[in-house]
Design a binder for this molecule. Sequence first.
Ligand SMILES: Cc1cc2nc3c(=O)[nH]c(=O)nc-3n(C[C@H](O)[C@H](O)[C@H](O)COP(=O)(O)OP(=O)(O)OC[C@H]3O[C@@H](n4cnc5c(N)ncnc54)[C@H](O)[C@@H]3O)c2cc1C
Length: 503
Amino acid sequence: MAMASLARRRTGELLRPDAARYTAAWSKLYTSSAAAADENDVVVVGGGPGGYVAAIKAAQLGLKTTCIEKRGTLGGTCLNVGCIPSKALLHSSHMFHEAKHAFASHGVKFSQVEIDLPAMMAQKNKAVSGLTKGIEGLFKKNKVTYVKGYGKFLSPSEVSVDTIEGGNTVVRGKNIIIATGSDVKSLPGVTIDEKKIVSSTGALSLTEIPKKLVVIGAGYIGLEMGSVWGRLGSEVTVVEFAPEIVPTMDSEVRKQFQRMLEKQKMKFKLRTKVVGVDTSGEGVKLTLEPAAGGEQSTLEADVVLVSAGRVPFTSGLGLEKLGVETDKAGRITVDKKFMTSVPGVFAIGDVIPGPMLAHKAEEDGVACVEFIAGKEGHVDYDLVPGVVYTHPEVASVGKTEEQVKTMGVEYRVGKFPFMANSRAKAIDDAEGLVKILAEKATDKILGVHIMAPNAGELIHEAVLALHYGASSEDIARTCHAHPTMSEAVKEAAMATYDKPIHI
Ligand SMILES: Cc1cc2nc3c(=O)[nH]c(=O)nc-3n(C[C@H](O)[C@H](O)[C@H](O)COP(=O)(O)OP(=O)(O)OC[C@H]3O[C@@H](n4cnc5c(N)ncnc54)[C@H](O)[C@@H]3O)c2cc1C
């Protein structure tokens, strides 16, 4: 296919998707002689990981591209108020925690360890501004036009932009990609003021370390932000309606993970709902009730983080007028080529169904513009890795054991604890395990789950293995450098199809 499309491009012939509904979009794209000189091939609304990656890829494919972003900086939620600032604070707070609690056992002693919160925040802000400016540089390099302002559809090929400077301009495109991302999900009766009751955005910029922090929601964002402030000294309580934390996680790994967090003094109130919030005093008084109903209790906090999920953001875009369909959750529905119910209008990233993750948005962006350019695009949604960046990190790809059971497939499980991994022991950071699930009949790997200090890096060996349809024996027979944490992945693979050596 790759060779065929290359040959066609060389001869000027472009692949056409066969479905009739694409005809309108295709004729829009490839009747450029009739198009106005200022018309783009692709206009992207939203400059987050979905949007900016789509814009760069489109430009690389030779398409005239404009990206519209209202925030004033590129990178979207991820770079500005999500992945990057949270990882900066996770790293800084981990260093403080290690200096305070772990360095002495390695023979490194301080007379005093202090937190300089403004300096910590400044380092986070430096990382954010460096990276967001870097994307502006990539836009220039790839000749993507960048329009700063709020985009609103006038028609399937025209976006009106209220620019940040105060004016208005109309951007025209043969193909328009909606990449407007997501926003914090609010809870009924809980008003976020970003001071006492904060969203993840407020939790990334607190000016004081709260004595008591209550996190509503035990998803990955709540646990990561709870970890940051817990390491810096806050007493953290996580209130969660569901019976467990991070529901998408393999339940065996989840149980160990929760124990780890409890060891780090994070408290959990599961199967519990918040039914009242009182901010009239100095702090916040929450009224709690068992999820199934019952006796109420109160919980006091200096700061409450509302982290109950995220919702697609399409406000002010004018989708209804355009006729772009959304589902019950407000997500834009798309076909396999990311086209919405309106030909020529596409959608990617957090605003469409699928995991709300930056790397998934990026994959959507690349595949979407590849389709627009007449090439083949592909995203395997079963193999999007998920990582919780606590310490240890938890990373997974493929199926959980519960999902494999539901599939009705006979399977094998291989596990290897980091307590038996020489590198983990050498650095005295040996909590966690690798767990591999493989089909019994074929040994094909179905899922991999890792809890380890650097699980977010280790998981990619497994992601690649699953993409190539590898067996656990394939990994087990692959030479892994010693001493590395990766050897635990090899040993877990050995445990899956045969026996591990080191335990
Ligand atoms: C605290 C936190 C931590 C996270 N950590 C991770 C992580 O570690 N790893 C991970 O994979 N994901 C993480 N995420 C999720 C990740 O940020 C999102 O999945 C990702 O940013 C989605 O990308 P997107 O391009 O679809 O949307 P977004 O990043 O939300 O970008 C959409 C952009 O569109 C702009 N926009 C919206 N409407 C308009 C309009 N009408 N006109 C012009 N511009 C508009 C917005 O201003 C925004 O910049 C985290 C999120 C949060 C909140």
